[in-house]
Write a protein that binds this ligand. Sequence first.
Ligand SMILES: NC(=O)c1ccc[n+]([C@@H]2O[C@H](COP(=O)([O-])OP(=O)(O)OC[C@H]3O[C@@H](n4cnc5c(N)ncnc54)[C@H](OP(=O)(O)O)[C@@H]3O)[C@@H](O)[C@H]2O)c1
Length: 317
Amino acid sequence: MRAVVYDRYGGPEVLSIAEVPTPSPGPKQVLVQVHATSVNLSDWETLQGTPLYSRIGGLRTPRRPVLGSDIAGRVEAVGSEVTVFAPGDEVYGDNLTLKGGFAEYAVVPESALAHKPASLSFAEASTLPQAGAIALQGTAGITAGMSVLINGAGGGSGAFAIQLAKSAGAQVTGVDNAAKLAFMRTLGADEVIDYRAEDFTRTGPYDRVLDLVAHRSVFAYRRSVARGGRYRCVGGTTSALLRLTTVGVVAGMVTGRGLGVLAVKEGPAHFTPLAESCVAGRIGIHIDRSFPLDETADALTHVGEGHALGKVVVEIR
Ligand SMILES: NC(=O)c1ccc[n+]([C@@H]2O[C@H](COP(=O)([O-])OP(=O)(O)OC[C@H]3O[C@@H](n4cnc5c(N)ncnc54)[C@H](OP(=O)(O)O)[C@@H]3O)[C@@H](O)[C@H]2O)c1
């Protein structure tokens, strides 16, 4: 089968197209003929090996030769202990542990997959598992009337998070680069901030802050949250995450604010509720661009360099 492979951390130039053996599923695994794989910032991070936590399991060289977590496709074969899926089923899921989505076939644990809703295309379904789980968990507990700020809101997870926070009745502020301000407004953001022009930690304080790209000091984040409010980060630099899990927790407790890192739970239970909202028309899926498998490096670059409005998809079939 054809796959986009790499054997060292680096920029998009370390990726190449290769003919590799089609993987075989283990007893609890499913072989999926991949139709579409969406790009997450985590793919770009694992390509480059930065932040450092993206090297878990492969400190010097990549642990998996093929990237791509959020896949959608058709079941080709199943392992001997698989009970939920059969060949021909249309499925989607976040294959964060095994990856392999930028290829014609991928092996996925049965537990990572769900049946694809018939009314969503493969490309649409592929946008949901990782970004959807982040957005759902990142906006949980938001209620009507709260002021909510989402930092990095014009990307894959943020585009869902803005819509979820708005549908809960919150007053939403989206922060991203200038080219994404209009896009965030079309998603429902009441206020938008260009992070290169304005410092959101001085425009609040907010009841809830969801940060997809943390890199500031704990004290800046404490300032951004109202007393009794909560700041949660899901991505950012290693040092920012370490500071938040140590000094941040204590600084938050002392000043009556919740500061911390959200460890996002994976799996179908955490993204299928968003798929139901998309099928019902309550939440929209925004695919900025689709690329063929041969142009996976360009797709990753489009996301990694911050040009994508919403999601980017590699369409394999
Ligand atoms: N905690 C967990 O368990 C967990 C699990 C999976 C993933 N993650 C993380 O969650 C994050 C999800 O990101 P995503 O896929 O939604 O990313 P994305 O689609 O790339 O969106 C991130 C957005 O942030 C913008 N941005 C970059 N620097 C910024 C800054 N300083 N201030 C404001 N905005 C900025 C980017 O645009 P520009 O670059 O153009 O500015 C981009 O629009 C990733 O960091 C990933 O590693 C966490």
